[in-house]
Each structure stands twice: as structure tokens, then as C-alpha cells.
Design a protein around this ligand. Structure first.
Ligand SMILES: [Zn+2]
Ligand SMILES: [Zn+2]
Length: 281
């Protein structure tokens, strides 16, 4: 049983309107023992081009969570953040967890060459195969920079937005052979990503939004989770990436079986940036 959701967005994130209180109420309804808010901070996001800015007041954030934690004592409420990683804002990004007592820090690749792969222009510029490889290359480079993070978020997030999977999402069909082919082609760089994370003591996350997006798999795919485990990785955070309360702990009931098939026996929660291993059974 997984009773903790460690990737949750609320109205502090520019792409969510959900009040924190609503997420907490839903978590209590679902009998979760803990919830970790991880709202978006993406320093240097091209906000003018995309008309959205992923920033918020850290003081307000900590204060709001502290007040809610006092109000709702039946559930553990933790303060995390999801940082969009970017080479040219390295100093600013790394200063944030140093200055603020976060429980948990997720680092994610949301931009490649300053372009958000959510938008068509990314695929027009790079094409599908190169676009996917370039995302992994950027992730690998970010890991080498040694950002102050606990886990790397949704490692194969790029698959959600590539043209083939977008088309498959529309028609509702699964495209397993495309998925397998892409993983085979990127096996080397994916291994390098996983090994660098393991060597630097950082984990990965299992993000169930892939299931929500109709990919038929979490992000990353089970094969990547299995590989992380085979290479010696032990730090796996679990999160739904919910932006609405109905998506909290999305498909968590399927995870114990899925993870144990990958050889995984424990998942990880972070308390004051310290990993706590919890048995899946
Ligand atoms: Zn993300
Ligand atoms: Zn997220």
C-alpha cells in the first residue's frame, strides 16, 4: 500500500487552481498518511513567450502550509518543491533549497534549449527522434551540474508530448512498439542518466501522470524503473503530479504490483531532505 503522495500541485503553481485545503481534504478521504506539496518554481522560464510564469512567494508558501498542518493533524503535511532545472539559472536554483527548509526537492527537465516540449514548435524544430534524444541529453547534462535536488522528476516525461504518443492519446490506442523502440534507441543515455543519479546519491520518482495521460505506463516506464533497480538504485519517490484533487494518488493501487515486478521492495519519502525507506507491503 502506498499511503503518501509526494508530487502535488496547488494554486501556488501557475498551472493549477486547486486550493491546498482541497488537496488535504481529499488526501484524508483517501486515508493517506502523508502528502508533500511540490509546487512549481521554474527560474528563467520564457514567460513572455508562453504567457505563464512558474514562480510564487516562498514566504507565503511556507506560512500557508504551516497553518494548514496545525489545522489538519490527522495527516502529515510536508513542504516540497518541483524545480525546473536549467543550466543558466544554476546559482539561483541552488540557492533556494539552501535558504529554505524544504522536506523534499524534485528537479525536473521542463525546458530544452529554452523551449517547452509541450508546444508544437519543439517538435517542429527537432523532429521526433532527435527531440526525444535531446531531452535525455539535457537531463544528463543537468545531472552533471549537480543541482541540489533529492530526486529527478518524471525522467521520460518527453514521451507524453511527442507527436506519436499525442496521436495515440487522441485515438485512445496504445503504441507499445513505439515505446519499446524509443527505449531501445535511448538505452545508452538512459543508463548514463540512471548511473549518474545513483553515483550522486539521488533518486528517481515514479510519476503516475503517465497513466492519467493514457500512456499506459507511469513516467518513467517500468523498464526504466527496473533498470534503475538493476543498476543499484534504491531511492524511488512516488507522486501523482496532481493539479486537481481528483487526481491525487492517481492509480496508486496499481503500484505495489508494478514496482515489485521491477524488483523494487521499498519506496522513499523525504523528511527534512532525509530519505526514509518504506516497505511496499
Ligand atoms: Zn514536472
Ligand atoms: Zn509536477
Amino acid at each position: 500500500m502506498i499511503l503518501s503522495d509526494n508530487h502535488v500541485h496547488t494554486f501556488f503553481s501557475a498551472d493549477s487552481t486547486t486550493p491546498m485545503q482541497e488537496m488535504i481534504k481529499r488526501a484524508i478521504q483517501l486515508n493517506l498518511s502523508s502528502i508533500c506539496f511540490t509546487d512549481h518554481i521554474d527560474y528563467g522560464f520564457p514567460s513572455e513567450r508562453y504567457q505563464i510564469e512558474f514562480l510564487f512567494s516562498i514566504e507565503d508558501y511556507f506560512e500557508t502550509i504551516q497553518n494548514l498542518a496545525k489545522q489538519y493533524s490527522s495527516i502529515q503535511i510536508r513542504t516540497g518543491v518541483e524545480l525546473g532545472l536549467k543550466k543558466d539559472t544554476f546559482e539561483t536554483i541552488n540557492a533556494l533549497p539552501k535558504k529554505n527548509p524544504f522536506d523534499f526537492v524534485i528537479g525536473s527537465t521542463h525546458l530544452v534549449d529554452n523551449i517547452d516540449p509541450y508546444y508544437e514548435e519543439y517538435w517542429e524544430k527537432f523532429g521526433e527522434e532527435n527531440g526525444i534524444f535531446h531531452y535525455y541529453e539535457t537531463t544528463y547534462e543537468n545531472i552533471q551540474l549537480n543541482f541540489d535536488i533529492d530526486v529527478y522528476g518524471h525522467i521520460d516525461y518527453i514521451i507524453r508530448y511527442c507527436p506519436t504518443m499525442r496521436k495515440a492519446q487522441k485515438t485512445g490506442e496504445r503504441n507499445e512498439s513505439f515505446y519499446q523502440n524509443i527505449m531501445k534507441k535511448n538505452a545508452e543515455i538512459l543508463d548514463e542518466i540512471l548511473l549518474s543519479l545513483i553515483h550522486s546519491g539521488k533518486g528517481i520518482e515514479v510519476n503516475t501522470a503517465g497513466l492519467k495521460y493514457g500512456l499506459g505506463h507511469p513516467n518513467p516506464h517500468e523498464a526504466i524503473i527496473k533498470r534503475y533497480h538493476e543498476l543499484g538504485g534504491t531511492i524511488l519517490a512516488i507522486g501523482s503530479d496532481a493539479h486537481k484533487s481528483e487526481h491525487l494518488a492517481f492509480c496508486f493501487e496499481t503500484l505495489p504490483k508494478l514496482l515489485s515486478q521491477c524488483g523494487v521492495t521499498h519506496y522513499t519519502e523525504f523528511h527534512k531532505r532525509h530519505p526514509v525507506q518504506i516497505s511496499l507491503t
